[in-house]
Design a binder for this molecule. Structure first.
Ligand code: BES
Ligand code: ZN
Ligand code: ZN
Length: 481
């Protein structure tokens, strides 16, 4: 998508549609456009009961009164930065469904042009690679941003937006196309960015190195698992962060097999790995002065003849032993190897992991939110602030230590399953056993990573939420904040 800015009047913008944001107070805000349309616009919006709510919009034909053939009014809510961002996302989404190739976006006074641009692009995304020709909608080619924004703001918005789309493409890809080896190859491609090196451990190497979680979960599949380690180094690094991602490219549940309806969307189970790969990709492309290590456990959780079994006991490299009580609680097993490794990287002060870890997190916070777990209030504050600044949804849930007793093992140190209550917390507490040293935060993105149906803000499928939050967090760290 090419983004240009313009100060030309709306009437002469030669685009498929002009998109204008308005609040409840639209009668006053739209005086100029209303005049251009012969005074018909405001009465029409009143008749259609437009209230300016975020996520609402009205399409109006212009009958030659403007150079653009359509005018779209999108609700601006309270005109807060977050409301304008969501209005922009909705505008992008509307432009995509309408099949527009070019759009002029006039949101009025915008304090955060970068945020609105990123959100417009996020809204404009759809995955229709496999749709029949007549079912596809074209992505926008040209966006004219009315009001203007500095070049570097547009460039930086472009980076974040592109990496968010990168994550969504990976998550949306069917498991037949995206499996551990192809995910590893995707990661390898990041080596073309300055400062990035990628080390792949194939399944044999994982066995040799004692990555028992990756091996146990991966051994039931014909497609061998990998551990992926992407390093980004900058000569003037202001900090050193590790990102860890769950890369279960398909989660059938293993022998604790999932019922078919729950399995339908389980290609999304590598959402955490896509999120952290995109975040390091964006940070490297922007050449942020940071060192970043991104570690991913990539496996398929299948039921082949060699599948791991209930009652198996895994002995991890940090000495913790884990009894298997449910092979569908596999994400934590795979992440454990990666968290141990991240804890051992010299110089790392903070580890952030992202994972579609538990249905319980999705039940707790619903489809819009990711859940945050950490003991560290300052780190929680930074991540929540980053999410806010990116108009993404993140909510902190308790990493309540007493629930650790739910994980107590009979034969080993712990088991991979807690009780029925507080399932997202017990999963997070499981992970805690494998972090040693750095500060640590866990993002359970099971609810927000993927939506089976269309959503007001996002096309059906992967959302790429938390990519921009992580990039924002990394940018703040790079500024030494
Ligand atoms: N991949 C799932 C979690 C998930 C659920 C992701 C819904 C996205 C949407 C995970 O591996 C899983 O199966 N978790 C189990 C854990 C249980 C067996 C303790 C769950 O949430 O039911
Ligand atoms: Zn599972
Ligand atoms: Zn899973």
């Amino acid at each position: 998508m090419h983004i240009a800015t313009s100060r030309e009047p709306l009437a002469t913008q030669k685009v498929d549609a002009v998109i204008v944001a308005a609040t409840e107070n639209f009668a006053n805000e739209l005086v100029e456009v209303d005049k251009l349309l012969g005074g018909h616009l405001v009465p029409l919006l009143e008749k259609r009961k437009f209230k300016g709510g975020v996520g609402s919009s009205q399409r109006v034909p212009t009958y030659g009164k403007l150079a653009a053939s359509e005018l779209i009014i999108v609700g601006a809510g309270e005109r807060s930065d977050a409301d304008l961002a969501r209005a922009a996302r909705h505008a992008g989404r509307t432009a995509r469904s309408a099949g527009f190739a070019s759009v002029a976006l006039a949101l009025g006074k915008v304090d955060q042009p970068q945020l609105t641009l990123e959100n417009f692009v996020a809204g404009n995304y759809a995955y229709d690679k496999y749709k029949p020709e007549d079912g596809t909608t074209k992505p926008l080619e040209n966006l004219v941003f009315i009001g203007g924004a500095p070049e570097e703001v547009i460039a930086s918005a472009g980076i974040r937006a592109r990496w968010q789309s990168f994550a969504r493409d990976l998550v949306n890809a069917p498991a037949a196309d995206l499996y551990p080896e192809t995910l590893a190859n995707k990661a390898k491609e990041l080596e073309c960015i300055e400062g990035v090196t990628v080390e792949l451990w194939d399944f044999e190497r994982c066995k040799a190195e004692g990555c028992v979680g990756i091996v146990a979960v991966g051994q039931g599949s014909d497609r061998p698992g990998y551990q992926i380690h992407v390093r980004y180094r900058h000569p003037d690094a202001k900090g050193h962060i590790a990102l860890v991602g769950k890369g279960v490219t398909f989660d059938a549940g293993g022998l604790s097999i999932k019922p078919s309806p729950f399995m339908q969307t389980m290609r999304c189970d590598m959402g955490g790995s896509a999120t952290v790969l995109a975040a390091i990709g964006a940070a490297a492309e922007a050449q942020l002065p940071l060192n970043i290590d991104c570690i991913i456990g990539a496996v398929e959780n299948m039921l082949g003849g060699n599948a791991f079994k209930l009652g198996d006991i895994l002995r991890y490299n940090n000495g913790v032993t884990v009894e298997i009580h449910n092979t569908d609680a596999e994400g934590r097993l795979v992440l454990a190897d990666c968290l141990i490794k991240a804890s051992n990287v010299e110089g790392v002060t903070d580890i952030i992991d992202a994972a579609t870890l538990t249905g319980a997190a999705a039940i707790a916070v619903g489809p819009d939110y990711a859940a945050l777990f950490t003991k560290d209030d300052a780190l929680a504050g930074e991540l929540l602030q980053a999410a806010d600044a990116e108009a993404e949804y993140l909510w902190r849930l308790p990493l309540h230590q007493p629930y650790i007793q739910q994980l107590k093992g009979k034969w080993g140190s712990i088991k991979n399953l807690g009780g029925r209550e507080g399932g997202a917390t017990t999963a997070a507490l499981f992970l805690q056993h494998f972090v040693d040293g750095p500060r640590w935060a866990h993002l359970d993105i099971a609810g927000s990573a993927f939506h089976e149906a269309d959503h007001a803000d996002y096309a059906a499928g992967a959302t790429g939420e938390m990519v921009r939050t992580l990039v924002h967090f990394l940018e703040s760290r790079a500024k030494g904040a």
